[in-house]
Design a protein around this ligand. Structure first.
Ligand SMILES: Cc1cc2nc3c(=O)[nH]c(=O)nc-3n(C[C@H](O)[C@H](O)[C@H](O)COP(=O)(O)O)c2cc1C
Length: 265
């Protein structure tokens, strides 16, 4: 079977061929003419019509901004405006709306293209619906902040005493979260004692020693005594080079039960 090479195709066939190929691309493709008033669309592919739900006659001759709406962030519109003015390749993820009003996240790329035969510049825009990915990212972000919040539960056990039972791994992020949650809690509760129980912590990095040091200082300023329970021997050994807890005159006990008994005396 013979294949025509591209340059053998008649110009008109070439155009039809390219149009058909671009129509099959799984994304919106538009071309705008900046020489015309308000940079209107002069071409759109089938993908753009499928994505937005509009027909050609409702698209051509208009500026693409008609896809924007209530929740479109002005910052992304500003970025587009600047990119187009500066004739730079521009990328944004922008909230757009279909003809029936359904919002979608549009991953939009704009390329300035100089067409020599026409002696002028055009813009080519490629649009992709990334709503599913954005929704998943938002959901993951929500779960992560929930996990962070739950990772430092502060339990009031009796008048003036709360326990912070830590489980799992202690890393810098978690320590930071812990400092924020603890200061917030103590400010409201005005607890006399905060018992930080490390018995279920199975791994931690160097920062944990500094974190405890900072927490002790913070609580001291707020008039709350920090009590540490469940320190494993390995933790005690590792502590020495980073922070000498004996210098901090930290109260330490083997268990929460022992700490409570001692405080009550
Ligand atoms: C080729 C091209 C494609 C565009 N596609 C979109 C689009 O899909 N969605 C959108 O919100 N804006 C799109 N824009 C941006 C708007 O047309 C407009 O430039 C933007 O809103 C900033 O200008 P304005 O502040 O005058 O509205 C596109 C622009 C060009 C040049």
């Amino acid at each position: 079977m013979d294949y025509y090479t591209f340059d053998k195709l008649e110009e008109i066939q070439q155009n039809e061929f390219i149009k058909a190929a671009i129509d099959r691309v799984g994304a919106g493709v538009v071309i705008t003419d900046p020489e015309q008033e308000d940079n209107p669309m002069i071409y759109c592919n089938q993908g753009f019509k499928d994505l937005t739900g509009y027909e050609s006659h409702e698209i051509l001759g208009r500026n693409c901004r008609f896809l924007q709406g209530e929740e479109t962030t002005p910052a992304s519109v500003k970025k587009l405006k600047k990119g187009i003015e500066d004739q730079e390749v521009t990328y944004v993820e922008i909230k757009n709306y279909k003809k029936d009003g359904t919002p979608f996240w549009n991953e939009l790329q704009i390329y300035p293209v100089y067409v020599e035969q026409m002696g002028q510049m055009y813009f080519v825009g490629v649009q992709k619906d990334v709503t599913k990915r954005r929704e998943q990212e938002e959901l993951i972000g929500h779960y992560l902040s929930e996990v962070k919040r739950l990772s430092t539960p502060i339990v009031p056990v009796e008048e003036g005493i709360s326990v912070l039972p830590l489980v799992g791994t202690l890393d810098d992020d978690r320590l930071q979260q812990m400092l924020e949650n603890v200061s917030h809690h103590v400010m409201e509760s005005k607890d006399d004692y905060l018992i930080m129980d490390l018995s279920a912590v199975h791994s931690y990095n160097e920062g944990v020693h500094m974190g405890i040091y900072q927490m002790n200082q913070l609580l001291d300023l707020m008039g709350t005594t920090l009590v540490i329970t469940g320190i494993k021997p390995s933790f005690a050994i590792e502590s020495t080079p980073f922070a000498d807890f004996t210098d901090l005159s930290l109260q330490t006990y083997a268990s929460v039960k022992q700490a409570l008994q001692s405080i009550r005396k």
